[in-house]
Design a protein around this ligand. Structure first.
Ligand code: ARG
Length: 300
């Protein structure tokens, strides 16, 4: 009986997927995106900086293998599917994402990017696909000391931010007197905060909250005002058809509830075993990071 049901279900699925296929080839071409030009024909090449859960990170499976995961990664898949393109993701540090876009070496950057006007000479921006805010973060022991902008604006105070990020600009604006430590990865900023080498850091709120789950000693002390709240895709400057197609895909994902679903799934996945940062040349989690994780497990 069970077998029969399974066979029926499979037949139904096949019929459905064949209808979907038929629809696509017959009627739907009119609403499908324009012919887009990409860096590699047939592919959508996307740069991302995987130190930014739940947006982008490596999920670690039971065998310890890392897989690129997160909200931006899943949305990139959705956008590539929408355009009928194969997806190629280039993991690179955040400043690299900006450079790849500026040099038109990739089609889009999906990296928790804020559509900051200062970047608009180097790239176009899609519509915003997720809101968000900025925070000042420190550790519990220091939370009573570094909880005002005044307190983090003194030469003896060290303040961290990611190189090339809007947080680096926010640090310069809000803590001009402090000693600014700009680091390549958000992961390094977190390690330095925990090691007591940094007093405070400017970090995206959702990302700070995600790190907090692994490191409860982190404390968000202040909301940092920033005019351009939210995340967009950076699109290779001047590629209007691509920009339009990306916006169409985003609009569809908002409309059909995909955006919220993908974000929730990414948050859930990020609560599990993960690694944030770049893999080594063999595509594995670097050894120091592994031993750090092991030490944590021991001390917890
Ligand atoms: N939203 C900030 C910006 O656009 C930070 C983004 C950092 N992204 C990352 N994957 N590390 O500057």
């Amino acid at each position: 009986m069970k077998k029969k049901l399974l066979a029926l279900a499979m037949a139904a699925c096949m019929a459905l997927s064949m209808t979907a296929f038929a629809d696509e080839t017959e009627g739907e071409t009119a609403s499908a995106p324009l012919e887009v030009q990409t860096v590699t024909p047939g592919k959508l090449t996307v740069a991302t900086s995987p130190d930014f859960a739940p947006y982008e990170f490596y999920a670690i499976d039971e065998d310890g293998n890392p897989t690129l995961a997160g909200f931006d990664i899943e949305l990139a898949k959705y956008i590539a599917d929408y355009m009928g393109l194969e997806l190629e993701i280039i993991p690179i540090d955040f400043n690299g994402v900006l450079t790849e876009l500026a040099t038109k070496s990739v089609d889009i950057g999906m990296s928790g990017l804020s559509p900051d006007p200062d970047r608009m000479d180097a790239m176009d921006f899609s519509d915003i696909y997720r809101g968000g805010g900025q925070s000042l973060v420190t550790v519990k022991d220091k939370a009573d000391t570094f909880n005002t902008f005044e307190a983090v604006n003194k030469p003896e105070v060290s303040v961290g931010a990611q190189i090339g990020s809007i947080q680096e600009t926010l640090a310069k604006e809000n803590s001009p007197e402090a000693s600014l430590v700009s680091l390549v990865n958000v992961t390094d900023i977190i390690s330095e905060l925990l090691a007591g080498k940094l007093d405070a850091a400017y970090i995206e709120t959702a990302v700070a909250e995600s790190y907090q789950k692994n490191y409860p000693e982190l404390e968000i002390v202040l909301d940092v005002p920033y005019d351009i709240e939210g995340t967009a895709a950076g699109v290779c400057k001047g590629n209007t058809e691509l920009l339009m197609a990306v916006n169409e895909a985003i609009a569809l994902a908002k409309e059909d509830g995909t955006i919220d679903k993908l974000y929730e799934e990414a948050e859930a996945l990020a609560a599990g075993e993960k690694y944030e940062g770049m893999l080594d040349d063999e595509g594995e989690v670097p050894e120091e990071a592994e031993s750090e994780a092991a030490t944590e497990a021991v001390t917890e």
